[in-house]
Design a protein around this ligand. Structure first.
Ligand SMILES: [Zn+2]
Length: 544
């Protein structure tokens, strides 16, 4: 039992309490200290919350668990700055991993050494002359490799690649070490003797070579790293946003070991080149994985890219690229047909749509599916919604579509606010409060490993969203609306509101005890709070 707590149940019918009793995997009572104390037996374990906030476990509604876990196992270039710090990180990692055929770092800032000194192979040779080493930029669009890696990958003399990809060469005709985009980076990544299966779910494919027992063991460990990381942040449910059957099988092995310490939904990823008959694989994943902790039932689709690179699909041209509107990854006809067919099969749809044209097409697809197929409780979702045309604002609530948004992605500097979109369209950029006020369901998340997974950091971001351009509406939400988007609404999106997302008698015992009272903490300090204890399915999965 938890007593002396500031319990925020997230249940609108009984929002507050001071004590919660748990038995086995269930919440057995929620009430006052006296009421809960009266239930105690000789073996009851008591946790005095000392006034700290006790909440339902957080629901992370958009995450990439396998890649996030993998990211934790490589050289953490995101945590270093300057040559000496990078040298220490590389040296420590090389010592700890003598058998890795490629030393790989991730998360580097483009100015990791100094603003005016880009990484190159000579700098990396100075850190590590004898083993292949590559460092990826935080956005995965650039990597830098040392001479050993370039030689082993056959890139040292440069290579002709399709437009948009480049092995950058210097005046001597040799590769400088800078590799631009996927086709330039891939030959180096293929040097790895560990990992490599964590990103297959993004392309919707299964491992091209059947994984060995050693591979499966390695992947189980990587996923467990991700699960433990999430538990430390109070997360007890996650909606994964990439997936394949292999990932589900490995997760089921973890479940059978008793180490699946979060509820997980894993989608099938439908890509533009696939025939709709491939949805048979999605239906099979849905049929074969149906436990309280591991299920599928959802299809992920990318409709466009991102604003920064001009690949988000816009209704009107970008302000910084005359006439350019970005590209839709599906034709309208193909996408609508896919949405109708997935919906007909009874699965949920999650669509990556960042530009306002992509968001509109996503909603058009959902509208077409609702017209074509029998009425049902659909809860389809749109991911990101960084740009929205005002004519589409009311359609989320009208169509019952969930807005799945990432507060930490909103601009944190003035110069990011209007780049590419201009001040007028910034009115409907990351417009989560406008969307919430139409009555639509809002679910919040991080998109980890794109940004850190911490829901507390996300809560702070959603509550303190700054207006960088005068005249833009206030998109800040109050604490309770934000908490709902990280708990109850996330459970609703996963059709698990009868099991988790609120603290009520009979619910699964998924909860998070924070390091203080969140209602008494200034909004701009909430990100500094910690999660002191995470309970998942009645088990303590994290304790500070
Ligand atoms: Zn994502």
């Amino acid at each position: 039992m938890f007593t002396n707590a500031s319990v925020l149940t997230m249940d609108p019918k009984a929002p507050r309490a001071t004590a919660v009793a748990v038995s086995g995997d269930r919440v057995t009572a929620v009430g006052t200290d006296a009421e809960i104390e009266a239930l105690a037996g000789p073996e009851t374990r008591r946790i005095d919350a000392k006034g700290r906030t006790l909440l339902p476990g957080f629901v992370e509604s958009h995450v990439h668990l396998f890649m996030g876990g993998y990211n934790e196992t490589v050289i953490r270039a995101d945590r270093v700055s300057g040559m000496e710090a990078l040298r220490a990180a590389v040296t420590d990692y090389a010592h700890a991993h003598p058998d890795h055929s490629l030393l790989l770092g991730q998360g580097a800032d483009y100015a990791i050494i100094a603003p005016d000194q880009p990484l190159d192979r000579h700098l990396l040779d100075a850190l590590c002359p004898d083993r292949p080493l590559a460092i990826m930029a935080y956005d995965f669009h650039t990597a830098w490799a040392n001479t050993a890696a370039l030689t082993a990958a056959g890139l040292l003399q440069g290579r002709d690649l399709p437009r948009g990809n480049a092995v950058v060469t210097g005046p001597d005709g040799k590769a400088t070490g800078e590799l631009q985009e996927k086709l330039a980076i891939l030959p180096v990544l293929e040097l790895r003797n560990v990992g490599g299966r964590e990103s297959l779910g993004m392309s919707g494919i299964e491992p091209p070579v059947p994984p060995t027992e050693k591979d499966r063991l390695e992947d189980r460990e990587t996923l467990k790293v991700g699960l433990r990381h999430a538990a430390r942040h109070g997360i007890t449910s996650m909606h994964n946003m990439d997936g394949n059957r292999y990932m589900l099988e490995v997760l089921r092995e973890i479940e059978e070991e008793g180490e699946l310490i979060s509820r997980l939904r894993v989608p099938f990823h439908l890509t533009p080149e696939m025939d709709l008959s491939e949805l048979d694989r999605a239906s099979a994943m849905t049929r074969d994985f149906t436990s309280d902790t591991l299920c599928s039932g959802v299809v992920k689709i990318f409709l466009d890219g991102v604003i920064a690179s001009g690949t988000a699909a816009m209704i009107d041209p970008y302000t910084n690229r005359p006439g350019h509107r970005g590209d839709m990854l599906f034709t309208r006809e193909d996408f609508i047909a896919a949405a109708v067919e997935i919906d007909r099969r009874g699965m949920q749809i999650a669509i990556h749509a960042i530009g306002d044209a992509a968001v509109r097409l996503a909603l058009d697809g959902y509208e077409a599916a609702a017209k074509a197929n029998a009425p049902r409780d659909r809860r389809h979702r749109v991911e990101h919604i960084e740009m929205l045309h005002p004519d589409d604002l009311a359609r989320f609530a009208e169509l019952g579509v969930v807005a799945s948004m990432q507060p930490p992605h909103a601009p944190v500097r003035e110069d990011e606010t209007t780049v590419g979109i201009g001040p007028d369209r910034a009115r409907y950029a990351y417009a989560w409060r406008d969307i919430a006020e139409t009555g639509a369901t809002l679910a919040f998340s991080s998109d980890w490993p794109i940004v850190p997974i911490s829901p507390l950091a996300g809560i702070q971001a959603a509550m303190t969203r700054r207006n960088w351009v005068e005249g833009l509406p206030d998109q800040r939400l109050d604490l309770h609306a934000v908490l709902a988007a990280y708990t109850r609404n996330g459970a609703y999106v996963g059709y698990s509101e009868g099991m988790t997302g609120t603290l009520r008698t009979g619910m699964k015992a998924d909860l998070a005890l924070l390091s203080g009272d969140i209602e008494k903490t200034a909004a701009d300090r909430i990100g500094e709070m910690e999660v002191d204890l995470t309970l998942f399915d009645g088990r303590i999965t994290h304790q500070r």
